[in-house]
Design a protein around this ligand. Sequence first.
Ligand code: HEM
Ligand SMILES: *[C@@H]1O[C@H](CO)[C@@H](O)[C@H](O)[C@H]1NC(C)=O
Length: 334
Amino acid sequence: MHQTLENMKLHNFSLFLVLIIFKLSSTFGLTDSLIPAEAFLSAGHYHTTCPNAEGIISQTVAAWVKKDPTLAPSIIRLHFHDCAIRGCDASILLNHQGSERSAFNSKTLRGFQLIDEIKAQIEKRCPKIVSCADILTAAARDATILAGGPFWEVPFGRKDGKISLESEASLVPHGHENITGLLEFFKERGLDILDLVTLSGSHTIGRTTCYSFIDRLYNFNGTKKPDPLLSFSFLKLLRKRCKGVMDLVFLDVITPRTFDITYYTNLKRKAGLLSTDQSLFSDARTAPFVEAFATQPFLFTSQFAVSMVKLGNVQVLARPNEGEIRVNCNYVNK
Ligand code: HEM
Ligand SMILES: *[C@@H]1O[C@H](CO)[C@@H](O)[C@H](O)[C@H]1NC(C)=O
């Protein structure tokens, strides 16, 4: 009896200590670092400070995509390249010597002017409130919808980074990786195998330069032969379409402008364009997901919404005192 009473006192005392430590650390902001950064994001982030932000973004994206439908996939890719390096912090938009944007891997990125236009419009209404990272994230969602893809709610509150390095941009996968490499790259960013197969489904729209897969047509892995995972009829077509390495071809040869599951059915018919695309079906770890999406459109679109939210939350700068709200997406504030 005496013994248990002593134990209880000790137990109470340790509880008391834990509470004191927690209280002290939260007073000095130490618990912030225990909370994941994405927990600082919320759908209502701009509701009082810039209620028109989402409207301005969607209207401007719609107007520009109407004039040039090829911008929809380009904006989605721009968002991926942003999030893939230093998280979704608009580092890809910084336009100075030696920035990510000037890297070889970024050469065919497009849509910068559209983001600049949205930013200019928003700065007129609510200056220094809405980050470039948030604008790009919402624009990618709106571009998806315009291409026929799903809607999802975008959590806001990212801030813009101040660092952008050309050397880091070369880490973004360019189409010659194996599945192990892709899985590692995704894992380092908190994304899993399902996210990899799902987000690769973005290649159901958009284009690539022949440069990114030309090795598959003539000399695959130094064999002086085409890639055996490429169907013969598709091979013939691509050889005709690729007169030069900078020529552009659709990533989804069947329904190039529609956000659908044809990307996955193409893989089953050996008509995946990038080597990394086709690998999703030839690798036993990812093939079951391809099979599932190839027959269940709703499974794909609903998972796409989920995985895009995850992508948009990668390594965000959202804690107090992290990052800044850029005035011009091209430059760090003075
Ligand atoms: C899994 C690894 C990935 C690889 C290896 C890859 C590779 C590529 C390559 C090589 C291109 C064409 C570049 C060129 O030569 O012009 C491209 C285009 C594209 N990528 Fe990816 N990508 C990957 C993941 C993603 C993800 C996660 C997204 C979006 C969430 C995405 C969206 C796009 C889009 C929409 C295009 C077309 C861009 C346009 O038409 O302007 N990609 N990708
Ligand atoms: C796949 O890529 C990884 C990392 O990028 C590399 O270490 C590995 O050797 C590659 N595996 C094969 C089978 O080529």
